[in-house]
Design a protein. Sequence first.
Length: 323
Amino acid sequence: MRKMKIIRTRICLMTLGLTICGSFCTGQLQAQQIPHFTNFLFNAFAINPANAGLQDCLDARVGYRNQWPGFEDHPRTVFASAHQRINSISRDKGVIHGAGVIAQGDITGPTGRTSFHAAYAVHLPISRRTRLAFGVGVGVFQYRFDLSQINVPQSGDPLLQASNTEFVFPDINAGLWLYGKNWFAGFSGGHLTNPTLSDIGNSLNMQPHFNLMGGRIFEVGEKMSYIPAAQFKFTGNSTPSLDVNFWADYDNLIALGVAFRSEDAVAGLIKFNFLDYFTIAYAYDFTYSKVRLGPSNAHEIILGINACPRSQKMSFVPCNAYY
């Protein structure tokens, strides 16, 4: 029994080390560093603040991701966002202004991360059919480390001799978004303040994270459309990650899709519009990496609310791939 407890403790410490290093270090470790979303196409504003004001009306998202539920202390993420065009100042030579807010909470074992950002974006026309948006999100990021969840056979581990177990620091995200009616490409960076956490074990840095995203909608007939999209994520010297989505949409009512994440998982996707204002999207990840040795699949659900009914013709709809 004592041997089993020691083995379990060592596993716990190894997991803790992977979690902390995956969040802060610049090494080659392949660990989850920030929350990721399988259905990134339906949650683009939470990734790139330049999306603020992309739609005429208030556009909100709320969701939950439950990753690797078969493991104890597995990652769980809740998130909410809302953004809207500022019509009172969006009339000057076709320039569009938008603003919004983004909140996320993420828990993995003894660590927790909470963030809140207010975003602002300006969309500039660069041709009759193309716009370029600049966006920035300013807010705060909280990191928590719960020592009460850590049990060790002996004291003295410098990683656990923390003089502070909660950190709050200013945080900045920024992005660019180039788009037309049926295509888009964006680049964004998160955690650009790059803070140093010096009161937990050795000094650690929160590294900036970068995202390159693009997609296009292909219309086939009057009701069918196909939407391929991809995002490329990287930070420091860690291994980059590639996510690919492919959707088949029928009459802007129901869409089915498949997704792929490099060295991790494939997923099935479904999205359904109802009551003219609401959209619900669900993703189920099938893990094929080494984590598959346990019940390691993931669930992700997002509810979208758009204040403009889909039956109403909008004055400017840059990309219907979001519906």
